[in-house]
Design a protein around this ligand. Structure first.
Ligand SMILES: NC(=O)c1ccc[n+]([C@@H]2O[C@H](COP(=O)([O-])OP(=O)(O)OC[C@H]3O[C@@H](n4cnc5c(N)ncnc54)[C@H](OP(=O)(O)O)[C@@H]3O)[C@@H](O)[C@H]2O)c1
Length: 154
């Protein structure tokens, strides 16, 4: 049975992705930052729950260690957890990046050793993340074949 792990699975798109993957025959690991909300959602779908707050490195490490302990391999990793906060100031920018970018990147780095060779990593984003939203010059830098996760585009 293929295995899928979803972040922010207690509501919204993550919950629906968990529901559809379970219906398609996946072993679904629904994760959420609220143990209560996550466990309730997982119970309703009859899938497994594991706690995860993507903005806390210790939470990511704990999840990665639990997957390793259970010798689990992921066929699908869905980075769905995200925030859309009201207004815009330094706090909003910092919190948004902590969850929507650094959280997804850190979780993916931590779980890659457990993703199957032919596995799929999904980054749920928005129109704001589309390459068509940035300048032609930046688009060229971001699509350069030599670009890696550790490259600088400056
Ligand atoms: N719906 C749209 O139209 C739309 C449009 C563009 C992009 N997106 C993207 O699609 C994804 C899902 O959207 P949605 O509409 O389903 O959002 P949503 O209903 O607000 O759900 C967001 C989920 O992310 C979780 N989350 C937030 N911060 C987290 C953290 N630090 N660690 C773990 N989980 C965290 C939330 O948990 P809590 O319940 O604990 O808050 C919730 O489960 C997001 O990445 C969003 O940016 C959605």
């Amino acid at each position: 049975m293929p295995t899928a792990l979803i972040t922010g699975g207690n509501r919204g798109l993550g919950l629906e992705a968990a529901r559809q993957l379970a219906a398609a025959g996946y072993h679904v690991m629904l994760t959420a930052r609220s143990a209560q909300a996550g466990a309730k959602a997982a119970r309703a779908l009859e899938v497994e729950f594991r706690p995860l707050d993507v903005s806390y490195p210790a939470s990511i490490t704990a999840l990665a260690e639990s997957l390793a302990r259970d010798r689990l391999t992921l066929d699908v990793l869905i980075n769905n957890a995200g925030v859309a906060l009201e207004g815009f100031d330094a706090r909003v920018a910092e919190e948004t990046l902590a969850v929507n970018y650094f959280g997804a990147a850190a979780l993916t780095d931590a779980l890659l050793p457990r993703v199957a060779d032919q596995g799929t990593v999904v980054m749920v984003s928005s129109g704001m993340g589309e390459l068509s939203c940035v300048s032609a010059a930046l688009r060229e830098k971001l699509t350069a074949p030599e670009l890696t996760a550790r490259s600088s585009t400056s």
